[in-house]
Write a new protein. Sequence first.
Lengths: 231, 450
Amino acid sequence: MPTIFDLLNQFDFLRGLPAVYLVLLTAVIIVVAWDWRLALLALLSQYLFAGLLFADVLDPRLMVVKVLNGLFICLILYITARQINWGRLPEDLTPPEIARVEEEPHVSLGPLRVPVQAPLRLFLVMLLVLLIFTVGQRPFLQLPGIVEAQSHLNLAIFILVGIGLLGMAVTTAPLPAGMAALTFLTGFELFYSLLEQSIASLALLVVVNLLVALVVAYLMQRYRAWSVLIE
Amino acid sequence: MMWNQPAFWIMALPLLAAAILWPLGRWPRAQAVTGAALALLLALWLRSLDLPAEGAIWSVVGRSFILTPGLQPFFVFLLLSLGLLSLLAWPIPAGPRFVPVALGLLAPAAGMLMIRPFIFAAPFWFVLVIAGLLLFRYEDDAGMAAVQAALRYWLLMLVALLLLLLATWMLGSTQAVLLFGARLLLLALAIMLAGFPFFIWVRPLVTAVPLLALPVLLVLLPLLALVLAVQLMAAYPLIGQTDAFLVWLPWSAGLTVFLAGFLTLSGGGWRLLLASLVLLDMGFALLSLGLVPFGGWETAVSQHGLRLVSLLLVVAGLALMSEGNRYSLSGNRYQGWLLLYGLLSLLGLPLTPGFSGRWLLLVDLGRSELASLPLALLLVGGMGLAAWGIVRQIRRLADGANGADGAEETADNSDRRQRVAALVVLLLAFVLATFPQLLLTPLRLAAPIF
């Protein structure tokens, strides 16, 4: 059975900037994707790729705790999303009923029903990414605790925190907003791990992450319960 | 041993009380009375403790919870406030979760203010916020709006938590990063205390929680954040002298007051007007935080206590005139006066209980370096706009227009008991306004000393 160190060696080609680009891709999907299954899969992948970034900062044995924590969070969100049928409306609703309970209007693009705000979200995310790549690596925006060899972490932190904040701002449903919050939290943890690497702070952030997942699950249940009742 | 540690029991007993009260949710009156009795018993026990000058220290896995003699009266004040709110849950329905959650809040609140190092205070704050989420009206007509309000509140508090974590780490490390730490701390406080530009959680929250939860979420939780800030400023006196606290904070507070005044003009029902006025008062409280280095933190605690009184007047007025979620002025003359008096008290006009808070702030401001003409213009402008907003709301109701929460002009739904109750509360409030020392003296005693 391969050890953590063997696994890290196997995925060595993904470490550094490739991991940053993969994390960027997953963060964009989380904010833009209107299908929660895709967004949750992106969140799961994000925890795995972020693990490679954490390996640059933490002892690999501690990094595994972060990854496992992420997997537990995805499990909590998966169970919640299944319970509320992935946020889908019941199929027997009439158009006026759909208009009443739908969070945002949709347009049909062939077989797809796309929220009208999705292109706007994509545009905002692209704008933000452009901004981060343009100014995020300037010397005055270098975060404390990052040495030159770890400059990719600076970029990763800005990407996760920035896109996470944007995701929290552009949605009103608890699950997408919660996944954006978890993205933001991952970026914060990456930064915080550079400053403080004690077991106590690691445990503290694990607890905060789990609490976030539980609150998202609680609010999502409440949210969908009301959609059904309004129906 | 933790069994003989007051710091342990002050966190364990409220949780135990909450566990006792939770199953009583089916019998709201019994729950309310039991909750008030338990809060009173806890307050008496806490008051009877004879603490050493350095405080009672309980060490857990290398961290310490320190119950100091300075915090003791503050916790008693919290317990008495929560006891009063529990008792009010008898005449004013607040849902089966309100009393246990309100009392249980004391556990994380105590943990947050007692734990050292400060970095571990932030998660306790987060637990407080999560407990606060249980108070929202998810089961009501506006359930989806309540979820959205709760989500907005919680997301902002999550950001505040992370900023607080970073700030406390930076304050506790080296002097070199203290300036940046102070700025992050101010950002976190601006979110927790609804300062500009992070005040967006207040208005949705006011419309999404039961009336009795308003004092918990808009007075007690911000007060806890403020006391934590004062503790940090006492431990690291330099942060009170940074540009964050001497320049940014007064502007944030001034803009909050001005925008709150502006928002009172936006119409809507009583709840939205109330939200704007609470925001205005929170702006003033934020300003008092900037006065901490000049000895103004007693004023800050007093302002929160007075906000509690003003909010209780409004809550009593609204509760006595409400029919479900509909509020009617016609036929509810005394209740209407009570409501109006509470709103004016939040505004801080003379001859209301809220005025003494404004007066104390004015005195402190005069002694400090924060006072400036633009700031004064913002504060006066905000108050003027808010006064005009109240007048407009009354005129709108007098013209027979309905507010967003369904104010109606027709039904005479006021019975004799409600009128008498409103009149008694009104007279009591007037006595408190005439003799402000009745309130200010205990509030000064409650202000923790560090």
